[in-house]
Design a protein around this ligand. Structure first.
Ligand code: FMN
Length: 211
């Protein structure tokens, strides 16, 4: 456990870690991740974020099956996802797709699948739920950074919730709760390393939008 990792070092080295060992994660570390996530801000300090940590093997299998169907559709032969992007060459993109496929094959073996949710006062429309997510994502990023700090691998994924109705049924969500992601967490198989991101000049504008 390396809680000593510097904040900035963690932010520059918090890659999506998809290849994860089956070895269980101690419960206190999972609780710590959620506790750290809860330290993030939320609109009007409403603190509606809730976290389902899925450890049960049967539940993991069901979520993994949903993820696999969605990943196969996403990476289908015609999808063109392996093509290069201005900021990611074809080889790197191919490696990312391979790791997505690895995770699709093994998600059921990953010891904890964290599902960030929001609890509302009553049923909400899809649009309202999506907007409310802005009060959940800061906590999600806290959780990813905390996992990195604790030497745990984690990756933010959303494809597994594509079949929303089935996912809701699996998770037993009441009408006033919405799930936003599935974050598989556990001990990494590979090495941590730096993220590859656009140079700051490509994203920063001063005072107003400039061409
Ligand atoms: C909103 C969102 C949804 C994502 N959904 C998925 C997903 O369903 N499956 C997956 O493997 N990765 C998913 N990712 C992870 C991204 O693919 C990953 O962060 C990106 O490729 C950059 O990779 P890196 O963080 O390792 O540098 C998602 C990330 C975000 C922010």
């Amino acid at each position: 456990m390396s809680e000593e990792l510097g904040l900035f070092e963690a932010m520059y080295n918090c890659r999506a870690m998809r290849r994860i060992e089956a070895k269980p994660v101690p419960e206190e570390l999972l609780v710590k991740l959620v506790d750290v996530a809860n330290q993030a801000p939320s609109g009007s300090n409403m603190q509606r974020a809730r976290w389902i940590v899925v450890r049960d093997a049967g539940q993991r299998r069901k979520l993994a099956a949903l993820n696999k169907v969605a990943v196969e559709a996403y990476i289908g032969p015609q999808s063109g996802r392996a093509g290069e992007l201005p900021h990611q060459d074809a080889a790197k993109r191919q490696r990312m797709l391979e790791s997505v496929l690895w995770q699709a094959e093994h998600m059921q073996d990953i010891p904890a699948l964290v599902v960030p949710c929001m609890e509302f006062e009553g049923p909400v429309s899809g649009g309202e739920a999506a907007r409310a997510g802005s009060s959940l994502w800061p906590g999600v990023q806290n959780l990813l950074l905390a996992a990195r700090g604790l030497g745990l691998g984690a990756a933010l994924t959303t494809l597994g919730l594509s079949d929303r109705d089935t996912a809701r049924e699996v998770l037993g969500l009441p009408d006033h709760v919405e799930a936003y992601a599935i974050i598989p967490v556990g001990y990494p198989m590979g090495n941590f390393g730096p993220v590859t991101r656009l140079p700051v000049e490509a994203t920063l504008h001063w005072d107003r939008w400039s061409k």
